[in-house]
Design a protein around this ligand. Structure first.
Ligand code: ATP
Ligand code: MG
Length: 347
C-alpha cells in the first residue's frame, strides 16, 4: 500500500499558532523526512463556504492568504501538491455517493459538528451543506487514497467518519477505498491549543488567535494581555501553571535553546514552572519570555512571506499547477468508484 499524506485548512482567515503546533509543523517535518509516496495539502474553500456561504469575498481572499501561510512556513511545492478544493471536479460527485452511506443521526452525533453548531447559533435552521461537511471531508481524504492525515484533535471525529464510510462502501461495492489514519502531535497540548482568551481552542472564527503573519507589535500586545492565573495577584503568590494559557503556550512552543537565548537564569520550562508555582515569579517576566519565543518562530516565517507577497503570480501558479495534478489523481479514484458502483455505463 502506498503511503499518501493529506491535510487541509479552511480559508476562513489566516493561519495561527494553533495550526502551527497542531498540524503545520508536523507537515513540514513529514515533508522533509520524505518517507511517503505522495503528499497533498489543500485549501478547503468548498468546506469554508458551508458556514460562510454569505461571505464569498472572505473565502476568496483567504485562499491566497492560506497559500501564503503555507509557503512561508516552508511547505515546498516541489515535494507537496498544494491545491484548491473547489477546483477538484471529482469531490462533489464522490460526496454525493457517500451521502447514501451515512444517516442524519450519525451526522448529528459528531461532537465537533455539535459544538460548532452551538457556536454558530444556527438554531433549528441548520444548512444541509454544513451538516454534510464531514461527508465531503471523506471525499477529500479518499479521493487521494490518503492513508495518513495529520490533524488537531477536533478532526478525529471526521477521520473516524471517513473510516466508517470506507468500510461501508467496501462492504457494499467491493474493496475500492482505503482507510485513513489520523496522526496527532506527540505533545498533547499541541493537539488543541487554547486561544489567547484561555477559553476555547484557538480558532479563526473566534478571534482569539495569534496569527503567523502578525507583526511584532501585534504579537507583543496579544501576549501581554493574555489570560494567566486569576489568583496569582501579587508576585509572591504561588501560581497555577496547568490552566495558565501562557504556560500552555510555552509547553507547546519553547525549547531549551530558547531558555539559553532569552532566559538563561532558568535551564528549562520545568524550572520556570517550579518557580512560578512556588511564588515569587511575576507574569510580566514569563510573558516577555513567551513573546521572545514566538518572535523567534515567527520572524523567519514573516521574511519568507514577504518574498511570496512580492511574487504573488508565483503563488497562483503553484495553486493552479497543484490543482491540475490533484485532479488527475481524484479523477482516477472517481473512475474506480463508479466502476465499483456499476455506474460506468460507457466505459
Ligand atoms: P475555523 O474557525 O474556520 O474552523 P480553525 O482555526 O478551526 O478555523 P481549521 O481550518 O478548521 O482551523 O483547521 C485546520 C487544521 O488545524 C485541523 O487539522 C485542525 O485540527 C487544526 N487546528 C485548528 N485549530 C487548532 C488548535 N487550536 N490547536 C491545534 N490544532 C488546531
Ligand atoms: Mg475548524
Amino acid at each position: 500500500m502506498k503511503k499518501i499524506i493529506l491535510t487541509g485548512d479552511r480559508p476562513t482567515g489566516n493561519l495561527h499558532l494553533g495550526h502551527y503546533v497542531g498540524s503545520l509543523k508536523n507537515r513540514v517535518k513529514l515533508q522533509n523526512e520524505g518517507n511517503y509516496d505522495e503528499m497533498y495539502v489543500f485549501i478547503a474553500d468548498t468546506q469554508a463556504l458551508t458556514d460562510n456561504f454569505n461571505n464569498p469575498k472572505k473565502v476568496r481572499d483567504s485562499v491566497i492568504e492560506v497559500a501564503l501561510d503555507y509557503l512561508s512556513i516552508g511547505l515546498d511545492p516541489n515535494k507537496v501538491t498544494i491545491f484548491v478544493q473547489s477546483m477538484i471536479r471529482a469531490l462533489p460527485e464522490l460526496t454525493m455517493y457517500y451521502m447514501n452511506l451515512v444517516t442524519l443521526a450519525r451526522l448529528e452525533r459528531n461532537p465537533t459538528v455539535k459544538s460548532e453548531l452551538k457556536q454558530k447559533d444556527f438554531g433549528s435552521s441548520i444548512p444541509v451543506g454544513f451538516l454534510n461537511y464531514p461527508i465531503s471531508q471523506a471525499a477529500d481524504i479518499t479521493a487521494f487514497n490518503a492513508t495518513i492525515v495529520p490533524v488537531g484533535d477536533d478532526q478525529l471525529p471526521m477521520v473516524e467518519q471517513t473510516r466508517e464510510i470506507v468500510r461501508s462502501f467496501n462492504n457494499i461495492y467491493g474493496k475500492t477505498l482505503f482507510e485513513p489514519k489520523a496522526v496527532m502531535p506527540d505533545n498533547e497540548v499541541c493537539r488543541r491549543l487554547p486561544g489567547t482568551d484561555g477559553k476555547s481552542k484557538m480558532s479563526k472564527s473566534l478571534g482569539n488567535c495569534i496569527y503567523l503573519k502578525d507583526d511584532s507589535n501585534t504579537v507583543k500586545k496579544k501576549v501581554m494581555s493574555m489570560y494567566t492565573d486569576p489568583n496569582h495577584i501579587r508576585v509572591e503568590d504561588p501560581g497555577d501553571t496547568k490552566n495558565n494559557t501562557v504556560f500552555i503556550y510555552l509547553e507547546a512552543l519553547s525549547n531549551e535553546e530558547h531558555f539559553k537565548k532569552y532566559l538563561p537564569e532558568y535551564k528549562n520550562l520545568d524550572e520556570l514552572k517550579a518557580h512560578y508555582e512556588k511564588g515569587g515569579l511575576g507574569d510580566v517576566l514569563v510573558k516577555r519570555f513567551l513573546y521572545e519565543v514566538i518572535e523567534d518562530i515567527l520572524s523567519p516565517i514573516r521574511e519568507k512571506r514577504k518574498y511570496y507577497e512580492d511574487n504573488i503570480d508565483l503563488v497562483y501558479n503553484i495553486l493552479k499547477e497543484g490543482s491540475r495534478k490533484a485532479n488527475r489523481h481524484a479523477d482516477e479514484t472517481l473512475k474506480r468508484v463508479k466502476k465499483a458502483m456499476l455506474i460506468d455505463y460507457f466505459e
